[in-house]
Design a protein around this ligand. Structure first.
Ligand SMILES: [Zn+2]
Length: 244
């Protein structure tokens, strides 16, 4: 099948999928062709594309994410791939756009918050993902990693509660692993050491998070007071940081 015919079929499928939710005046042909320009040559374009992403660079990030099949281990034995996270956006019709200063300072995910974690899920269209516009000059891998980070938040791994440092840690692990960054995670289990969790943020994240450290789901018994921290990396593999 030649490229033009393939693209035509994709556009038709996309249009059927998206016509009810695309902003008016969006042209699926222009959108997909523009997205391809952001992708490495030869990237496979999925048959089904989300109708909730109308920016070509963000659609390209979603497409790139959907090609990543390596599983990333997350909290509680769960595993995610780029493909499964991309599918989550598709299945739940989550809008993805660029942030503005009146929405949030960097990237963010709008999601329902219920202190007792019991409120019913509303229409997913009410809970968009916004990415930091400074990413517009970043690689498509980096944008896809940030998108994965925010999608992980959107899966509400700890229920309909506010985020926590612990949740952020896993979001960074997933996003940075998928974007191929040189992120240095804690050795499995050390994320339950409060000192190590805090230390990881000091070491890796310039931004200060005003968040609780652990969600309620992580019980006090699970949180350790040990202060020796181990990092997964060929550089720091043998390094043990003991905090005062
Ligand atoms: Zn986050």
């Amino acid at each position: 099948m030649n490229r033009k015919l393939t693209l035509t079929i994709l556009i038709l499928i996309f249009f059927v999928n998206a016509c009810s939710s695309l902003p008016q005046n969006s042209d699926p042909l222009t959108l997909i062709e523009s997205s391809v320009g952001f992708l490495p040559s030869g990237t496979a374009i999925p048959v089904q594309l989300p109708g909730t992403i109308s920016d070509p660079q963000l659609l390209a990030a979603w497409i790139y994410l959907s090609t990543l099949d390596d599983p990333i281990r997350a909290w509680g034995g769960s595993e995610f791939t780029g493909r499964s996270l991309a599918q989550f956006v598709l299945d739940n019709h989550i809008p993805v756009g660029w942030s503005t200063p009146d929405i949030c300072r960097f990237s963010c995910t709008v999601r329902p918050i219920c202190e007792d974690a019991s409120c019913p899920r509303k229409n997913e269209m009410d809970y968009p993902i916004y990415l930091d516009p400074s990413l517009k000059t970043a690689s498509i891998q980096k944008i896809a990693g940030s998108l994965a980070h925010e999608i992980y938040h959107h899966t509400e791994p700890f229920g309909k509660v506010r985020s926590s440092l612990f949740e952020e840690y896993w979001a960074f692990k997933i996003g940075d692993s998928l974007s191929g960054s040189s992120w240095v995670p804690l050795v499995n289990g050390d994320e339950y050491k409060l000192t190590c969790l805090r230390q990881w943020f000091v070491n890796n994240i310039a931004e200060t998070y005003d968040l609780v450290e652990y969600p309620q789901e992580i019980t006090l018994e699970a949180i350790s007071n040990e202060t020796s921290c181990h990092f997964e990396s060929s550089i720091r593999q043998d390094a043990v940081v003991t905090n005062p």
